[in-house]
Design a protein around this ligand. Structure first.
Ligand code: NAP
Length: 286
């Protein structure tokens, strides 16, 4: 049975990877986290998983977490700037035979996306790897965009009419589980863009939110400056606001990202569409 270390285990995606692996069985799941005592209650539903201290910022935690691991789910937390050279070489030395890296759709074509460097590092590492390149998370509406949505019934991002590819993080978890549990090497060296079947602009997303939640939601697309200063007044960290600005503003001037059949091919079912996400997450959205 494979032992798989999951980094970012307490976050949106890591938790879904654990859920999907746990539901399928057939692997020892080791959840890596900075604060085991804080995270334990939240992961208690997944009986039998190992909880292990793991901190990207503390290389002393790498070896114990990697000991005896066959595979690694590698995620780049937004606040971590490292490209993971030390971690990948320690994983290789520990005998890890497969790294699945959570990248970003389009990272292969854009050197300014920090995930690009990690993709390159993995290609050079000699460790078999699989790249998951997800689109915009529908769960952004229950996390980063949630306060505006729940408190003001509005979506406030400088995205204009740009159309986004979307993905439900539950689908990312299922894909990661399929990739990890495949007994052979067919996913090694592969990169999978993960998108639902339709692109939507924010007005279309907001229309679906209003219909699904039964509450009128307004879409406001401010200028980047107004967005920045509004979020500063809400005391959000500057780095986070800049990422949010770029993430939503730049797609207005870029080619539309492609749709990908990878989720359907890997899971044998259609990806979760936005309306379904809304219907299934009513309580978390409002
Ligand atoms: N949002 C999108 O639309 C989107 C789209 C494509 C790709 N992505 C990529 O997805 C990734 C974010 O995934 P997510 O939404 O699951 O993240 P998240 O919910 O913000 O979770 C981040 C995780 O990283 C952990 N973490 C933070 N600092 C750490 C450290 N120093 N050492 C160990 N663990 C640490 C956090 O654990 P603690 O409990 O210790 O804080 C948490 O489990 C990013 O790489 C982002 O670029 C996002």
């Amino acid at each position: 049975m494979k032992t798989i270390l999951i980094t970012g285990a307490t976050g949106n995606v890591g938790r879904e990877v654990i859920r999907a692996l746990h539901a399928r069985g057939g692997a020892v799941i080791r959840a890596g986290m900075r604060d085991v005592a804080r995270a334990a209650p939240d992961l208690a539903a997944f009986d039998g998983i190992e909880l292990m201290v793991f901190d990207f910022a503390d290389p002393h935690t790498y070896a114990p977490a990697l000991a005896g691991c066959d595979a690694l789910f590698l995620l780049r937390p937004p606040q971590v700037t490292d490209a993971f050279g030390k971690l990948v070489s320690q994983a290789k030395a520990a005998g890890v035979g497969h790294i699945v890296f959570l990248s970003v759709q389009g990272a292969e074509n854009n050197r300014f996306i920090p995930h690009h460097k990690t993709e390159e590092l993995l290609r050079r590492s000699g460790v078999p790897f699989t790249l998951l390149r997800p689109a915009y998370f529908t769960q952004n509406f229950t996390t980063t965009l949630h306060e505006d949505l729940a408190r003001r019934h509005r979506v406030f991002v400088p995205a204009g009419r740009a159309r986004f590819t979307l993905i439900d993080v539950r689908d990312i978890g299922d894909v990661a589980a399929v990739v990890f549990l495949d007994p052979g090497p067919r996913h090694h060296g592969q990169a999978y863009a993960l998108t639902a079947r339709y692109r939507l602009n924010f007005q279309q997303m907001v229309d679906q939110l209003s219909a699904g939640l039964g509450v009128p939601i307004t879409y406001v697309s401010p200028s980047p400056w107004r967005f920045f200063w509004t979020k500063r007044r809400e005391n959000l960290p500057t780095g986070f606001i800049l990422i949010m600005t770029l993430l939503h503003y730049l797609p207005r001037f870029a080619a539309e990202p492609p749709l990908s059949p990878a989720v359907t091919k890997l899971l044998g079912r259609e990806p979760t569409e936005f309306a379904q996400f809304v219907a299934e997450n009513r309580a978390a959205l409002l």
